[in-house]
Design a protein around this ligand. Structure first.
Ligand code: NDP
Length: 485
């Protein structure tokens, strides 16, 4: 078992006081590592280190230098991918094939922002005077970044890469359940050229994150996690009027019209909510099916869902691993019980047991049908492999149900009629809409939610913009006095 330290100011350090906490393998329930529990004093040390790095030269690093560092991080990620993917699976439970996809995306994310670093620029504005008016883009300063447990290293990369690209320094806190892949990857920061203190990693629980958000010298907070904690963060950040970006998950509708390609529809509905054990912010957890294909599609989904192979994520045949923690398993089992009182169970509905499963946090892929959109299983984010199937008659009803949620992260629509698809796309209140697909995510494209699914956007140039501020500069070209007095 490894005992980890945190990275503050380029030095590996214990927490003060020297507290640690256990990190588990969710497939076995065994402790696999110990990591420091950062106190508010540690968070303060990390913020000071980030500030010192920013003021001590990082703010003046050239775009080319920042870009090269990002490319080196990308290459390092590719070199270390097999080892880190295995660790990601061991710590989060997800199937190894999914970890490999995730970490390839981590490398791509660093590469994208490596290229973008030299393309960020300001503007010259045509003002009606003998003057040059400029809008300069400058880094915001010190960023606090709080990461969830569902895509540990990928969500970290979505925040680290644009912040480095923009020229910020940062303090990043992984989720208490899944800190290991980031701590391992952080060993390479210096070798890849990151000056000491530009990226600091602190580990701990909610209060560690809260200390980061409340800190007076943090200029911006980027958070991915639950809506509840998102609200707390926004409130806390208001005291110092920090910039905030929030990515808060959803209850995304996956809409199937009767004229959709049937086989693709069945696959798309299952993939949409069962990938990564359903622990996906954009999970298509509400499956809306038009009545003419409702029964046939439900039956086909159930048949396929029964074949999903559960097991250790390290087994290449596994299609669904354990959920991340005992607490998350309890949460999902609670919703499965609630669902049984609200709708009908087509498949699953409990804990998964059997050879190799009993000690881990495995839950059955579950499909509820004839769900009313007002049911709790259709309104609340479960964050597990639980699908709620809802029938509809026509386009108008599908849209009404789809948009009847406080969330607005993602949505998908399936039909062979492109005109109908686009009518629906325009009316869906969601930040991400897929047509005849579910879940593809590209670093080039914006990621973020409408309504209560979030504030701001990650990825693409939008992601870097979140770490920058704009300075207006006026250069007077008249050599004579203003002449007012
Ligand atoms: P949280 O929102 O509680 O945690 C996300 C991150 O925020 C973690 O790093 C957590 O630290 C940190 N955190 C917790 N409380 C605070 C606080 N007061 N101030 C600052 N940071 C804080 O998610 P959970 O892990 O508890 O999961 C609960 C539910 O959240 C899930 O079931 C799911 O619905 C949703 N969720 C959504 C995600 C998404 O991608 N949209 C991702 C993860 C969860 P720590 O882990 O140490 O508590």
């Amino acid at each position: 078992m490894t005992t980890y330290e945190m990275l503050i100011g380029g030095e590996w350090t214990k927490a003060s006081p020297r507290k640690t906490f256990d990190v588990f393998d969710p497939a076995t329930g065994k402790v696999i590592a110990k990591v420091p529990e950062a106190s508010p004093a540690d968070v303060d040390r990390a913020v000071k280190a980030a500030r010192a790095a920013f003021d001590g030269g990082w703010r003046d690093a050239t775009a080319q230098e920042r870009g090269r560092i990002l490319f080196r991080l990308a290459q390092k990620m590719r070199d270390e991918l097999p080892r880190l993917a295995e660790l990601e699976t061991r710590n989060s439970g997800k199937p190894i094939v999914e970890s490999e996809y995730d970490l390839t995306d981590v490398a791509t994310c660093f590469e994208y922002y490596g290229g973008l670093a030299t393309k960020l620029h300001g503007e010259v504005l045509p003002v009606p005077d003998n003057a040059v008016s400029l809008a300069l883009r400058e880094p915001l300063g010190v960023a606090g970044q709080i990461i969830p447990w569902n895509y540990p290293l990928l969500m970290a990369a979505w925040k680290l890469a644009p912040a480095i690209c923009a020229g910020c320094s940062m303090v990043i806190k992984p989720a208490e359940q899944t800190p290991l892949s980031l701590l391992e990857f952080a060993r390479f920061f210096e070798e890849c050229g990151l000056p000491k203190g530009v990226v600091n990693v602190v580990t701990g629980f909610g209060p560690t994150g809260a200390a980061l958000v409340a800190h007076g010298d943090v200029d911006k907070v980027a958070f991915t996690g639950s809506m509840e904690v998102g609200k707390i963060i926004m409130k806390s950040a208001a005291a110092t009027l920090k910039k905030v970006s929030l990515e808060l998950g959803g209850k995304s509708p996956n809409i199937f019209f009767a004229d959709a390609d049937f086989e693709a529809a069945v696959d798309g509905a299952l993939f949409g909510v069962f990938i990564n054990q359903g622990e996906v912010c954009s999970a298509g957890s509400r499956v809306l099916i038009q009545r003419p294909i409702y029964k046939k599609m439900l039956d086909a989904m159930v048949e396929k869902a029964r074949t999903i192979k559960l097991g250790s994520g390290l087994d290449r045949e596994t299609k669904m691993g354990p959920v991340v923690s005992k607490e998350q398993m309890a949460r999902i089992l609670k919703y499965q019980r609630i669902g049984k009182g609200e709708a009908k169970v087509a498949v699953g509905g409990g804990r998964a047991t059997g050879k190799g499963l009993d000690k881990g946090y495995f839950v059955q892929p579950t499909i509820f049908y004839d769900v009313n959109n007002s049911a709790r299983i259709a309104r609340e984010e479960i964050f597990g492999p639980v699908m709620s199937v809802i029938p509809f008659d026509d386009e108008a009803e599908a849209l009404k149900i789809a948009n009847d949620t406080p969330y607005g992260l993602a949505a998908a629509v399936w039909s062979r009629d492109i005109f109908k698809c686009f009518r629906v796309v325009k009316r869906l209140q969601a930040g991400i809409v897929w047509v005849n697909h579910m879940q593809p995510t590209y670093v080039e494209a914006p990621w973020g939610g409408y309504k209560m699914s979030g504030v701001g956007r990650e990825l693409g140039p939008w992601g870097a913009e979140e770490y920058m501020q704009i300075k207006q500069v006026h250069i007077n070209l008249n050599e004579s006095p203003i002449g007012w007095y």
